[in-house]
Design a protein. Structure first.
Length: 96
């Protein structure tokens, strides 16, 4: 697959994830009487955001073709930032 086609496919996935995140965040599941549904939906949206950030940086900021050390630094930064957001979120939920 050439570069232009790859970027188009990635762009499609970014749009799909954005639409899915929007649908999840607009109380589509509010009518379901499930316990802690907002907590689980929030986790799904956070994970989708992680995927979107990774796709943008890898394909549109050309990290995919960068040296392995830069890729490793990016992946480490992404995981640290993700867990810095998610762990307090989880702890606040479990403290309730």
């Amino acid at each position: 697959m050439n570069i232009s086609m790859t970027k188009n496919v990635v762009y499609f996935w970014l749009l799909l994830i954005s639409v899915l995140g929007w649908c999840l965040s607009h109380d589509l599941f509010a009518t379901l009487d499930l316990p802690n549904v907002n907590f689980y939906i929030s986790n799904v949206v956070l994970i989708m955001s992680l995927v979107k950030v990774r796709l943008v940086i890898m394909y549109f900021m050309e990290i995919k073709s960068a040296p392995w050390l830069l890729k490793l630094a990016f992946e480490a930064w992404l995981l640290i930032a993700f867990f810095a957001i998610v762990i307090p979120f989880w702890l606040s939920w479990w403290a309730q």
